[in-house]
Structures are given as C-alpha cells and as structure tokens.
Design a protein around this ligand. Structure first.
Ligand code: AMP
Length: 142
C-alpha cells in the first residue's frame, strides 16, 4: 500500500496549517465539519496519529474514532433534530477515498431527504460556523 503522505489536507488541519470548523478534539482524535456537506452538520472524525485509511490504522485508534463518531452522531441527533445518521468511510481510490488520512463521515439524516451528491455543494463559512456551534452545544448536553 502507498505510504502515508504527511502533506495531505487533513494532516495540515491537524497541524493547524489549514483552518477547520472543529467541533470536538481530544488527545487521539479530531472532529470537524466537511466543507462540502452532503447534509447540514456533516462531520468528519479523524485519528491524530497518521493513518492512510482502514487498512493501516492502529486498531486502538480505529476504535477511538468509532467512539468519537458515536458521540458526534448523538450530538447531531439533538442539534439538527435528525431522524437518523449515516456513516461513510472510504478506502483507497477504488473505494472512493479522495483524502488519504483516515476519516469517518458522520451525516445527520431526515426522513425522505436524500443526501446531496458528493462534492456538489460548498457551504458558506457562516453556514459551517452555525452548524459547528449547534454540534458543540449539543455535545455539552449529551
Ligand atoms: P473522501 O476521501 O472520499 O471521504 O472525501 C474527502 C472529504 O473531505 C470530502 O467529503 C470533502 O468535501 C472533504 N474535504 C476536503 N477538503 C476539506 C477541508 N479542507 N476541510 C473539510 N473537509 C474537506
């Protein structure tokens, strides 16, 4: 498998070299909003340790990312009065992966509302900031 590239976009976000709407962070994981949300509140959860994807990630980091994804999902249910949550996770180009640092998509869903197609809608900074506030508030009240 191709080696981890420390200059991928999410590694730059982790190092603070690129901005992100961060909603949750601990010593092993970071959650921030996807800039092209497939639904309002679409969040990405990543491990802090370098991992290209599911195939090379340390199982303990993978488990922690899943734990954080569950917290984000619970917060999104409240923050967006969601009816459900979709998780997505892509591996290698053939698997649909575009950014090569492991990430889990956590997407709030509403009955009868389809996901936007991938990479079709770029949210405004105001929209992302408002969604991030809602998730952070909901996380405080879980
Ligand atoms: P994939 O690797 O297929 O899961 O797709 C990468 C995801 O990262 C897409 O949903 C993009 O919208 C998202 N993305 C790309 N660049 C950024 C960024 N700078 N901040 C937040 N999300 C991003």
């Amino acid at each position: 498998m191709t080696a981890y590239d420390p200059n991928n976009i999410f590694a730059k976000i982790l190092r603070g070299e690129l901005p992100a709407h961060r909603v949750y962070e601990d010593d092993r994981a970071l959650a921030f909003l996807d800039i092209m949300p497939r639904a309002a509140g679409h969040t990405l959860v990543i491990p802090k340790n370098p991992a290209r994807n599911l195939l090379d990630v340390d199982p303990a980091d993978l488990g922690h990312v899943a734990t954080v994804a569950q917290r984000i999902a619970r917060a999104q249910m409240k923050a967006f009065a969601a009816d459900g949550i979709t998780l997505q996770q892509f591996n290698e180009t053939a698997g649909g992966q575009v950014v090569f640092h492991l990430h889990v998509h956590v997407i709030p869903r509403h009955d009868g509302v389809a996901l936007r197609p991938p990479a079709t809608y770029k949210a405004s900074q105001d929209e992302l900031a408002a969604a991030a506030d809602k998730i952070r508030d909901a996380l405080k009240n879980l």
